[in-house]
Design a binder for this molecule. Structure first.
Ligand code: PLP
Length: 390
């Protein structure tokens, strides 16, 4: 089946017990296990319905959560999926499969919360890391230590939309015996499927495009092998940052419209990128569709579209602040991937955790704004952006 069909028919499209098209929300913490204790020697009991003894306690598993975990695993081409209470909880669970003294290689330009997690919590925990300004087979090899266990990348990156070659990075990592983890939040499996390109683990903030409506916080991990799946499950069940059934339902509902939403949002993002590139108060636009030829070729070779997130720098810092104050359609807010256009200000929001000097070195300046294109009419957005910028 084509991807658009899989978003609707992914194995959990009807409830076997009732035929309901909506996935039932199993709002329960525990499950009756009486069949397990049926006394022997009595007349044979009726056969149990399939799955009757699959669950015992909801931290360990819940049918609504399983429907979501199976759906995303199928969409990413993995063998096992895991749903968490946030994207950061999902990333923390993946990093939690490593041990004190292990070393991982990552990119500098990653989500601010992932940066903070590595530099505070996991640092204290003794998980070491090297952050590369550019992830290539050569820089990966140069950063290797005997204790290196994994490569953790994000492409396009946040907030500067830098492109990393997933195939080449995974191949270099595999040669060195590393596990490659890709944060696929910006692209979603509709546009990019890292496991097919050689990655071992995909992580998501499902708060963004998968949920899609700015109404739920959620994270997902999908593993290529069942062996890695067992390691992630041990952390999910052991630490317990699982996603509740109602929130699982919201993400499942969001996934059904992913193609319709993201394709429309991507078209609008491309138009906004074009408009901004030609505006007299805009210095630079960062968007995979407008990237330098080499970066664009890499992106086009591994993804099926440029996505719906772009960033731009105004010529002065005042122009950025003025844009945020004057736009009437873009919400100045944290987050992305919702139906409403969001303008975020990385230095005060997603990347506030990065020290100012380090931020400046990374190019995350006071003139940088990140846009997540929503489902508003593109003409209205362009008119609004023009007025806010001028
Ligand atoms: C938002 C985001 C996260 C963190 O997810 P939460 O759901 O906010 O915890 C991780 N990675 C990327 C790329 C994100 O955009």
């Amino acid at each position: 089946m084509k991807f658009g069909t899989l978003l609707i028919h992914n194995g959990h499209d009807t409830d076997p017990a009732t035929g309901a098209l909506g996935t039932p929300i199993y709002q329960t913490s525990t499950f009756d296990r009486s069949p397990q204790f049926a006394p022997s020697g009595l007349p044979a009991l009726p056969a149990l319905p399939a799955g009757r003894l699959d669950y015992d306690y909801a931290r360990s598993g819940n049918p609504t959560r399983k429907a979501l975990e199976d759906a995303v695993s199928l969409l990413e081409g993995g063998t096992a999926g895991f749903a968490f209470s946030s994207g950061i909880a999902a990333i923390a669970a993946v990093l939690g499969i490593f041990s004190t003294g292990d070393h991982i290689i990552t990119a500098e330009d990653i989500y601010g919360g992932s940066y903070r997690l590595l530099n505070t919590y996991f640092k204290r925990w003794g998980l070491e890391h090297t952050a590369l300004s550019e992830v290539t087979p050569d820089t990966i090899r140069a950063a290797l230590r005997p204790s290196t266990k994994a490569l953790f990348i994000e492409t396009p990156s946040n907030p500067l939309l830098k492109i990393t070659d997933i195939r080449a990075s995974c191949a270099a990592a595999r040669e060195a015996g590393l596990i490659t983890i890709v944060d696929n939040t910006f692209m979603t499996p509709l546009l990019q499927r890292p496991l097919e390109l050689g990655a071992d683990v995909v992580a998501h903030s499902a708060t963004k495009f998968l949920g899609g409506h700015s109404d739920v916080l959620a994270g997902i991990v999908v593993t290529k092998s069942s062996e890695l799946g067992k390691r992630v499950y041990a952390v999910q069940n052991g630490l317990g940052a699982t996603l509740g059934p109602w929130d699982c339902f919201l993400v499942l509902r969001g996934i059904k419209t992913l193609k319709a939403r993201l394709e429309a949002q991507q078209k609008t993002a491309a138009r906004l990128a074009d408009f901004l590139s030609g505006h007299k108060n805009v210095a630079t636009v960062y968007y995979p569709g407008l990237a330098a030829p080499h970066q664009k070729a890499v992106h086009d070779g591994q993804a099926e579209g440029p996505g719906a997130v772009l960033s731009f720098k105004t010529k002065t810092d005042e122009q950025a602040l003025s844009f945020l104050g004057r736009t009437r359609l873009a919400a100045p807010a944290v987050s992305l991937g919702g139906v409403e256009t969001i303008a975020s200000y990385p230095i005060k929001m997603s990347h506030a955790a990065i020290p100012p000097l380090e931020r400046e070195r990374l190019g995350i300046s006071a003139s940088l704004i990140r846009i997540s294109a929503g489902l508003e009419d593109a003409d209205d957005l362009i008119e609004d952006f023009d007025a806010a910028l001028s």
